[in-house]
Design a protein around this ligand. Structure first.
Ligand code: GDP
Ligand code: ZN
Length: 475
């Protein structure tokens, strides 16, 4: 597909070392000819592909000098968009970048729409849709693990898995359709038990991906975490200790409305979205600050509750009421002030109250037990033995080294997977009641299509528009 020639600024606004204007399309060569005066004579027609050239950017109308720059020249199809690409690396200030873009547009390119470079990469077959979306995920990653998940998607881990399940579905469909079309032929009939096994197998693979989407969401959006406990047990101190522990404060996700009392921290690669840290740090308690009702609301919405108790004090009614309200919730009990010699907390009583909830001894003051807490949260995200969502069949899990596994991070993918999962359940039901193959094929086809939406095989223009328009200009 040959489109027109598009151009956009690829670097963020503001001052920087360099600013890049990206050009893609059949006219990229002519744009260079019109706006670039090479230092060492030879023109673009003599340049090898994938080389850098120093020179001056000039305005095509009057030859006025704009900036000294490097031009990267890449001939399609071995480029991001699969088209000819020129990148002008000028000085990273508002004026040189803008003037360079103006010159390029004057030379015949048009301003790219948001995500148009990525869209061309998709249309050119360079990336599938899941991979194109992964570019945004890489850029917006909030922690190392989040980056690992996005990179693996960009490299096609998720796409390969999806393709594999779709191939299995297609093989089964072909078999079923042969059975429907030629019932009296001597086809090797697929016994109902074998049919069941095949459907179950496909369903399991999809179910596994749905499961992985839980971890993916955590990595993308952060675990909503609430620190709860009565006054003076050490909630604020714990918050501060966690803030000291984290590697870097992560910026907010663009596009989400940020609650005034939430903050992201990066604990061992897992992003936590902790409620009311700003308030807590100013010595206020979440309960004092936002009231009991609101606290209850946060507790209900939380992915994780850190219940803080004072180990140097006995359990009182307030503690017990809180613990009871959290039974069956993802919560960790932190027995704080373990640095103190006095310990009045009744462990047997505590255990009987919290059931299977993990209990950790910590000292917010000394920073004791925080590593254990971080490891525990990690195992809660990735599954107890690390196998729930971590990679199998030779793929490494997403580990501290940023390993690779097919995690599902996007809501769009999750939604498509859930639909596929639903249809596989229906198909299994059809098998179990001995329904005719026609019923089965309807659901299998629907599942196949739902999965194809993830890789972009079966999506319409409208969805493509929606996805790519959420990209920035220049991507
Ligand atoms: P909050 O009301 O639950 O937020 O509790 P704070 O964090 O404000 O702490 C209440 C008091 O307990 C303060 O005097 C802290 O210094 C003290 N404290 C908090 N954590 C620890 C701890 O681990 N060890 C000791 N010895 N004191 C602590
Ligand atoms: Zn406090």
């Amino acid at each position: 597909m040959v489109g027109d020639t598009i151009a956009a600024v690829a670097t963020p606004p503001g001052e920087g070392g360099i600013g890049i204007v990206r050009v893609s399309g059949p006219g990229a060569r002519d744009v260079i000819k019109a706006v670039f005066f090479p230092r060492y004579g030879r023109g673009v027609d003599e340049w090898a592909s994938h080389t850098l050239h120093l020179g001056t950017i000039i305005h095509p109308d009057d030859g006025r000098e704009i900036d000294e720059a490097l031009v990267a020249w890449m001939v399609g199809p071995r480029t991001f968009t699969t088209e000819d690409v020129a990148e002008f690396h000028c000085h990273g200030g508002a004026v040189p970048v803008r003037e360079t873009l103006t010159a390029v547009l004057r030379a015949g390119a048009r301003l790219a729409e948001p995500g148009e470079f990525s869209r061309r990469a998709f249309l050119g077959g360079r990336l599938d849709l899941a991979q194109a979306e992964a570019i945004i995920e890489v850029i917006r990653a909030k922690t190392r693990d989040g980056l690992g998940a996005a990179l693996s998607q960009l490299e096609g881990q998720l796409s390969r898995r999806i393709d594999q399940v779709r191939a299995d579905i297609l093989a089964l469909l072909a078999h079923l359709e042969a059975m429907i079309d030629f019932p009296e032929e001597d086809l090797p009939d697929m016994g109902s038990e074998r049919l069941r096994v095949t459907v179950v197998h496909i369903g399991k693979q999809i179910g596994d991906l749905v499961e992985r989407s839980r971890t993916g969401r955590v990595l993308r959006e952060g675990w909503r975490t609430v620190i709860a406990g009565r006054p003076n047990v050490g909630k604020s101190s714990l918050m501060n200790a966690l803030l000291d522990e984290q590697r870097a404060i992560v910026t907010e996700i663009p596009g989400t409305t940020r609650d005034a009392i939430e903050e992201y921290i990066d604990l061992g690669g897992i992003p936590l979205r902790i409620v009311d840290t700003a308030g807590i740090r100013e010595t206020e308690d979440i309960v004092e600050r936002i009231g009991v009702e609101k606290t209850r609301e946060y507790l209900e919405k939380a992915d994780l509750v850190l219940v803080v108790l004072d180990g140097s004090d006995g359990l009182n009614q307030e503690d017990e009421a809180l613990l009871r309200s959290l039974v069956d919730r993802p919560a960790v009990v932190l027995v704080n002030k373990s640095d103190l010699a006095i310990r009045r907390l009744d462990d047997v009583r505590l255990r009987s109250l919290v059931g299977k909830m993990p209990i950790l001894s910590v000292s917010a003051k000394e920073g004791w037990g925080l590593q254990e807490l971080s490891d525990l949260i990690r195992s809660m995200v990735y599954g107890q033995d690390g196998s729930t969502v971590a990679g199998r069949e030779g793929e490494g899990p997403v580990t501290r080294d940023g390993g690779r596994s097919a995690l599902v991070t996007q809501a769009r993918h999750r939604e498509a997977l859930e639909r596929a999962d639903f249809h596989l359940r229906q198909a299994l039901e059809a098998v179990d009641v001995g329904a005719s193959p026609d019923f089965l094929t309807i659901d299998l086809k629907a599942a196949w299509e739902a999965l194809g939406e993830i890789t972009g095989d079966t999506v319409g223009e409208d969805i493509l528009d929606k996805i790519f328009s959420s990209f920035c200009i220049g991507k």
